[in-house]
Design a protein around this ligand. Structure first.
Ligand SMILES: C[S@@+](CC[C@H](N)C(=O)[O-])C[C@H]1O[C@@H](n2cnc3c(N)ncnc32)[C@H](O)[C@@H]1O
Length: 245
């Protein structure tokens, strides 16, 4: 199935496609991430984790953790324990290799799992994070509900996700890079013919900020806030679970 058709699909078919795609590009994922973003993704992760209010003895879940950069940033910045979970086993293999070289590696553990059916008890985590992962879920509403379910009362969710720039001129320049240059580089380096075309297509399909905040509200989050990065190329969302368990 072509990537344009795939982004219109949701559910099990989309999930299987995404899982296979990330398993396929896992060996090149970190390099391409930093190269295609000019390293700005590192700064965005730091900014997003700045918004997470947790203590050193807290436990954070990093959903769709991939090779673990967001989990590592949380462990480093907050000193807490982090469990990372991802549906693509090969992304975790590379994530585990990185842990051995990092000072905060012992604070992180990885579990292969699906964000729509998290294998954790209700109220298990003080925080949940997801960077560039929520867009890829087969069913985003189910994943948001699961994120809320596993949080303690007053636990926070931090979501970092791509969006589209607000300024029209910047938006057209950005879309040119995103739709025409990025897929060519991604294809050459990762040897995957579709993955880096799927990326811009899936970002264009993702809801606008106000709509996504509505989805977070529907999942039960409150005090929802957002911060736009680089004229809206990416957005940090924060929501709180204020419900009694
Ligand atoms: C763009 S990567 C982001 C990885 C990492 N969070 C980062 O910031 O580099 C998206 C990740 O979402 C994972 N993913 C997609 N659908 C998932 C699901 N249903 N459950 C868990 N992980 C999923 C993919 O396997 C992939 O590793």
């Amino acid at each position: 199935m072509k990537e344009k058709e795939m982004v219109l699909t949701r559910g099990a078919e989309r999930k299987a496609y995404v899982k296979q795609m990330f398993n396929g590009i896992a060996h090149r994922y970190d390099f391409l991430n930093h190269f295609l973003s000019g390293g700005v993704d590192i700064y965005w992760r730091k900014k997003a984790i700045d918004k997470l209010n947790v203590q050193t003895d807290d436990m954070v879940l990093d959903l769709a953790c991939g090779t673990g950069d967001f989990a590592l940033e949380t462990a480093k910045a907050k000193g807490c324990r982090v469990v990372g979970t991802d549906i693509a086993q090969r992304m975790l293999v590379f994530g585990k290799q990185k842990l051995q070289k990092k000072k905060q590696g012992h604070k992180i553990s990885y579990i292969n799992g699906d964000g729509e059916f998290l294998p954790f008890k209700t109220g298990r985590f003080n925080g949940v994070t997801v960077a560039f992962g929520i867009r890829n879920m087969g069913d985003i509403h189910s994943a948001l509900s699961e994120m809320k379910r596993i949080l303690t009362k007053n636990g926070q969710a931090i979501i970092l996700e791509f969006s589209l720039p607000v300024n029209p001129l910047f938006k057209s320049l950005y879309l040119f890079y995103f739709n025409h240059i990025l897929p060519k580089i991604g294809r050459a380096v990762s040897s995957d013919s579709q993955a880096y075309s799927y990326l811009p297509a899936s970002v264009e399909k993702f809801p606008a900020v106000s709509e996504f905040k509505g989805w977070m509200h529907d999942a039960g989050f409150s005090k929802i806030k957002h911060w736009a990065l680089l004229n809206g190329v990416a957005v940090i969302y924060r929501g709180i679970n204020e419900e009694e368990l």
